[in-house]
Each structure stands twice: as C-alpha cells, then as structure tokens.
Design a protein around this ligand. Structure first.
Ligand code: NAG
Length: 390
C-alpha cells in the first residue's frame, strides 16, 4: 500500500517536472494567437544534428533546450581580411572596436581576421515550433535563428543566444525575421553578437511580440568604442506589427532599437510598453520613416540619447507620451489613458505627439497590451526579464 502511494507521488512529481518544461503563458499584443508547437509532446534533442533538424523541419514541435548547444568550431573557420575603420581602432575609446567582415574597404584598411563559420549562418526555423529553454540551462552558443520563407507560428522562450563572433561586425545575428508571421520572442537573453540581437527585413516580420527579454550589451568589442554593444535591434521589415514589452536593454550604445527604413515601402507599427533602458552610452530609439511608434510607460535610466535627432526629421510618426497631458490625450482615440515615459540621468526627450499615430493604433485597439505604472518598471523588469525567470 505504502509503496504504491509513494510510487504515485513519484510519478506525479515526475509529471510535474516534465510538464513544467513547456511554453509558459500565451503571448499578448500583436502576436496573440501564436501557439508555436501547440500540444506537441515536448522533445529533448540528443545531438546538434537532431536539434537543427527538429528546428527546421515541417513537423509541429515543442523542442526543449536543456543544455548549452555549442556550434562554435562545428562548421570550421574562415581566415581572411576584414575592414578596419575608426570604429575598429577606437582611438580615445574605452574598449576595443569591431572589424568588419565585408568585401570592400573604401574607408578603412585591411586587417587579418578569423571568424567562426557557424555565426553568420543561422539555423532555419520551420513553422509551428516552440523552442523552449529548461530552467536557466538553455543556451545556443555561436549560432542564431532565422525565420523566413513563410515560416509562421513560432515561440522562442527562455533561451540565451550568445557568442556570434562578437569581435566582428557581420559576425552573426541572434534572431532574423524575414518573411514570417506570428512570432513570440519571450524571456530570452541576448549577448555577444557580432551584429544584431534581432533584425527584421527586407521581407515582412508580420505580427511579433518581443517581451521580457534581456538585451545585454556588455562586450570587449564595441563599434561604439565604449564596451557597449551597438547593434541591438534593426527592425525594417516590409509590413510589421511589434509589441515590445517588459524588455531590459542595458549596456548598449546604439540601435536600441532602430525602426524603419526609407529604402522600401515598408509599414511598421511599434508599441513599446514598460521597457527598461539602462546605461545606454549612445542612442536608444533611432526611428526612420514609414513608422508609427507609440511609446508608453518606458523608463530611461542613464541613457545618453533616448531618441536621436535624426528621428525628428526622418518622417517618422511618433507618439512618445512625454507628459501626463499627452497620456490623457490617448483616451479619445484608444479608449484608455496612456502611461507617460520617465527619464533619470538621461539626455533630452523630444516631445513627439503625432495624432496620426493614435489614429493608426485606434484601428488595432484589441492588440494594445495594458501597461504598468512607469514607477514600477525598473524593479519589475530587472526581476522578470531574461532567462531562468519563469
Ligand atoms: C502549421 O499549423 C497550422 C495549423 O495547424 C497548419 O495549417 C499548417 O499547415 C502548419 N504548417 C506547417 C508548415 O506544417
């Protein structure tokens, strides 16, 4: 009798342990409805080959990342010449810079360089996938993820993507969105990329929610020459809707984020809510044309340039809720009072209150996530953003 009871308890606990390692929660905002692998039984790959094949095939899957998968060295190295410019030599800077992996070098000089081949060639992600870290153990080292060619319905949760040739620009992007839809990027950590932590374009990124991630820019090689990573997020997809909520962006020097491009007829909506920008030695928002950007309840702590001057003349449409009055003025269009953005020890915050932004977001009211009070953002985000927190 006793033995049976103990056995049931054991199987129950085992069940708890295995069922816990799954997607936690559901996405809010523009990626609402994204289910990833859905009910697919969680599977743990046993080799790099199995991991890559499960991530890229056509089968709906819940793929557990229960360890560090290290791609460095698995595809060889390239020894070549890279381009060295002022952002490589970093005269007067406080850190080394990054040399450029590229074919031309008009403004610089050629230098010898060796990079790992896995970094610039991300894993192709298939549709209907959940890629989920277990506890704080899930790491993809040396290789990123690419969602393109119509991939849709993907959840990436609780994994750390790191060490993509961080000493070289073009060394690797952590996540690429280029011709996809329905993407939830939640509770991940990004560090030590050569290029962007997240990049979209030129194809559509579609409906995307980027929530509760840590963008950790601490690096020995910075194109900002200050030990802070420059290439954070470059969002220039064709037709994109982003919910960007509860993220912690720290120790960065640029593109945190860059939104929009004049090079295509893109249209980008970006709802930035309750993010914590901390120690940005450079710029946070750099916003180009073809964009509708609503910022509310974000906290800028020691950010040199919260919004670039280029934003003011680019044609970008921005509502950055600079005051309590601007917050109240949301009601008529959105049906709720926005939360104002707050700054401490930071540069000038231009007052941008384009009514066209509220008109645009009024058409997608159901996809606007609720905000917390901005006074709670720093504490909440640091406690919640990144890996091993769910
Ligand atoms: C993904 O799942 C949806 C819904 O079940 C299905 O219609 C679609 O064909 C799946 N995509 C692939 C590539 O299997």
């Amino acid at each position: 009798m006793k033995k049976t009871a103990l056995y049931s308890l054991f199987t129950y606990l085992l069940h708890l342990a295995t069922t816990k390692a799954q997607v936690v929660g559901t996405p809010s905002g523009f990626a609402a409805g994204t289910t990833g692998g859905g009910d697919a039984e969680p599977q743990t790959p046993s080799s790099l080959e199995e991991l890559v094949s499960w991530i890229s095939d056509d089968t709906p899957r819940t793929i557990l990342i229960d360890r560090e998968w290290n791609f460095i060295g698995t595809e060889g190295e390239t020894s070549t010449q890279c381009c060295s410019t002022a952002t490589t030599t970093c005269e007067g800077g406080t850190s080394a810079g990054q040399a450029w992996i590229q074919d031309t070098c008009d403004d610089g000089t050629w230098v010898e360089c060796t990079y790992d081949n896995a970094g610039p060639s991300p894993m192709q992600v298939g549709s209907n996938k959940s890629i989920v870290g277990v506890g704080d153990a899930g790491v993809l080292r040396g290789k990123g993820l690419r969602l393109s060619e119509g991939t849709n319905n993907v959840i990436i949760q609780n994994i750390h993507i790191t060490e993509l040739n961080p000493q070289y620009v073009w060394g690797g992007d952590a996540i690429t969105l280029d011709g996809c839809d329905g993407v939830w990027i939640d509770h991940n950590k990004f560090s030590l990329a050569g290029r962007q932590f997240i990049v979209s374009g030129w194809g559509a990124a579609g409906h995307v929610t980027i929530s509760n991630n840590e963008f950790d820019g601490v690096t020995e090689w910075s194109a900002g020459c200050n030990g802070k990573h420059y290439w954070t997020l470059l969002l220039i997809g064709e037709e994109d809707w982003y919910t960007f909520q509860g993220n912690w962006l720290h120790d960065l020097s640029g593109r945190a984020p860059h939104l929009g491009t004049a090079n295509t007829d893109s249209k980008i909506l970006f709802h930035g809510v309750n993010n914590y920008f901390q120690d940005i030695g450079g710029h946070a928002f750099d916003i180009d044309t073809n964009t509708y950007v609503l910022l509310e309840g974000n906290y800028f702590d020691t950010v040199d340039t919260p919004i670039t001057d280029a934003t003011l003349t680019s044609g970008a449409l921005v509502y950055d809720t600079p005051t309590v009055d601007a917050a109240s003025a949301c009601s008529a269009s959105l049906g709720y009072i926005c939360e104002w953005n707050q700054l401490a020890g930071s540069g000038t915050f231009p007052e941008l209150t384009e009514q066209a932004v509220l008109d645009e977001f009024a058409q997608v009211k159901d996809s606007l996530v609720e905000h917390d009070g901005v006074g709670d953002v720093a504490t909440n985000v640091v406690a919640n953003a990144g890996v091993g927190k769910i």
